[in-house]
Design a binder for this molecule. Sequence first.
Ligand code: PMP
Length: 376
Amino acid sequence: MGLKGGPFRGASRKDPEEPVMFEKITPAKPDAILSIMQAFREDKRANKIDLSVGVYKNETGGTPIVQALREAEQILYRQQDTKTYLGTTGDAGFNTAITKLVFGPNADYARLATAQTPGGSGALRIIADLIRAARPEATIHAPDPTWANHIPLLSSAGLELKTYAYFDAATGGIRFDAMMRDLAQAKPGDVVLLHGCCHNPTGADLDQAQWKSIGTLLVDRGLLPLIDLAYLGLGSGLEEDAFSVRHLMNVVPEMAVAVSCSKNFAVYRDRVGAAFILAATPGAADVAGAKLATIGRGMWSMPPDHGAAAVKIVLEDAGLTANWKAELDAMRMRIQSLRANLAGEITRLTNADFGFVTRQTGMFSRLPLAEGQARR
Ligand code: PMP
């Protein structure tokens, strides 16, 4: 017996002309990024390169498992003696370890609430729901452009989304003055979505002086930063990439941060991430943390354990942490050398200046190509 069949023919379908529930659904628009991944899989050519999705590739086009993580998985395999439920906010040990990694040794930990989530996407989703619960009239201001999936993840909580000026196509950098002007128009209590490092999809990041100016503006205007940190350690280094979060933490009363371990620990399919709320007081952090847990409970009940348990083992062991950092640095250096080669080669071929590709960071760049050139 095959798995595919024809339409339902039972007598209980009263009127075959009248659509039943699932026949009323209008087909969803295919996800632009995922449909390129699909087209890539179906393409039979041997010299194909997938330039769509933010996944690190090595010299042979593979996305290997980080060695330190593989060792952690072996420890987990030997030591794990139960798979009973952990709870709605995941593994407390993972939450402590990832908090220290992101916020550093000098954070005001009492004002921070953390929840383990299914990837950075899960973190964005529950943070959006928390904002909606706290301030339903808040607008989220997102950079133009931003990661395509920010829009469904943040708007499905029912919040309004607007864009602010960000990428400068003429220079490959940021329209910083226009960005500041746009954000100065946001109403107090609104939320500003910022990419902590390695902006997706442009590669154009704020420098430290610009982060400081943004911090001042957020405080002056009473705006809440929501930082998406999906590429920590893949831009300029672990400490450098955490500057955004660590600087803002010291100047704003409240902040939300969504962290992904997908890329820097290469655990993409294991779904590892965390949501953080920095509240004005320890009491408010406790309440926000409990609310995050309730929202997660209604969304996925509990986050998946395996990947986060392995990341915890890496971060709690000095030797494994050192090995992971070395592997992460090697990924980052390879990305930088690819960027330099690409910039050099296009500049040579076109005689135009593509030096901006080397000034940008992370896995993405927005090249000034027309649609036909991109397709080709
Ligand atoms: N934010 C940005 C900017 C991203 O690029 C990604 C992954 N593409 C994520 C968040 C979420 O990553 P994940 O849910 O896979 O951890």
